[in-house]
Design a protein around this ligand. Structure first.
Ligand code: FAD
Length: 313
């Protein structure tokens, strides 16, 4: 039974990038700790709002990845899409879109989640980190890169690749910031749009984020991301994928042939990955559809053969 939420924070900033995409800044009543990192980049927090038009529906809470860096305790930032076809009766994003700067909001005080570089491979892993996202799945990667800069100002960001897919160039949130980091600090930023014909003057990558891993495209992606041909392999790179099922599932399927091994237990079991083989693809999923349909035995068998071939099993 949903309960009425007691607000404990203020919506301190709202930037609308389009009608359905926004950056929201939240300041809690109880200040964030100023000593030491209070979350690990890649984690999420839970936001909540009460339904004011239909009070009987009470409050709705949803997890949202943090886009700001923990070194900035003044606020916490989120990159959120308005979901036009929600699955619930009291959709959070429909409430949020009615709120303006200065309105009150609920935030669970503790950040959560294991989708962090530290948890996946540890802070000292020297492989390049390839961050793959569509839409607002970009948020945790913005946090990771911002925090890396804060912790070591002036460091070269060449270790990081951000592949970000959107329908139109106007939907590429954080584009200016990421382009500047690419120009000035070595970040490899590969934005891609799936409706390039409607994006005047677009000369970048085309197609969905996961399309860049198709057999006929992967060479081009490697070039854009600063890899030598054939270098996108688990001994040189770790993949982090964030967003909806389509992006995650297709990225995994297309990279099995390069020997990338998913972290998730169910997938590893279905693909018969030996226990000692380390993972090299980690993901955070925003929806709840199965990442890969494991009931499709023919498909799973083909994927297993592809991975085993790549791993020489
Ligand atoms: C760990 C985690 C972190 C998340 N971080 C973010 C974030 O940083 N930004 C963000 O916008 N969302 C994020 N989400 C999704 C978010 O929690 C909600 O599911 C989403 O905002 C829809 O909530 P709703 O109540 O408006 O719609 P609901 O009625 O709950 O509708 C759910 C449906 O919305 C669709 N959906 C969910 N998220 C998205 C999305 N981002 N873009 C397009 N369609 C979507 C899915 O099909 C899902 O089945 C995250 C989810 C998880 C599990």
């Amino acid at each position: 039974m949903p309960k009425v939420l007691e607000y404990n924070a203020t919506l301190a900033g709202r930037d609308d990038l389009t009608d359905a995409l926004g950056i929201f800044r939240v300041v809690p009543d109880e200040p964030f700790p100023t000593e030491g990192p209070w979350f690990v980049p890649g984690q999420y927090m839970v936001l909540g709002l009460n339904n004011e038009e239909e009070p009987e529906l009470a409050g709705v809470q949803r997890p949202m990845s943090i886009a700001s860096a923990p070194e900035d305790p003044s606020h916490v930032e989120f990159y959120i899409r308005f979901v036009s076809q929600p699955a619930s009766r009291n959709p959070f994003t429909h409430q949020l879109w009615k709120r303006q700067e200065g309105d009150r909001i609920f935030i669970r005080p503790k950040a959560k989640g294991h989708f962090t570089v530290e948890h996946a491979v540890g802070p000292d892993d020297s492989r390049r980190k390839v961050f793959v996202s569509a839409g607002t799945g970009l948020a945790p990667f913005v946090s990771i890169v911002r925090s890396a800069r804060n912790r070591a100002p002036g460091r070269d960001l060449g270790e990081f690749v951000i592949l970000h897919g959107a329908s139109y160039d106007a939907d590429l949130g954080y584009r200016e910031e990421l382009e500047r980091l690419a120009r000035e600090e070595g970040l490899h930023y590969v934005p891609t749009v799936s409706r390039a014909a409607q994006c005047e003057g677009w000369s970048g990558a085309q197609g969905r984020a996961e399309d860049q891993f198709r057999a006929d495209r992967i060479d081009e992606f490697e070039q854009r991301a600063g890899f030598a041909p054939g270098e996108l392999r688990p001994d040189r790179a770790v993949l982090f994928v964030c967003g909806l099922q389509g992006t995650i599932g297709a990225s995994i399927e297309r990279l099995l042939g390069r020997g990338f091994v998913p972290d998730e237990k169910k997938l590893r079991r279905a693909l018969e990955v030996p226990e000692e083989t380390p993972a090299s693809i980690y993901f955070e999923q925003y929806d709840s559809d199965p990442v890969i349909d494991l009931t499709d035995e023919g498909k799973v068998a083909a994927l297993r053969d592809t991975l085993h071939g790549a791993l020489g099993l």
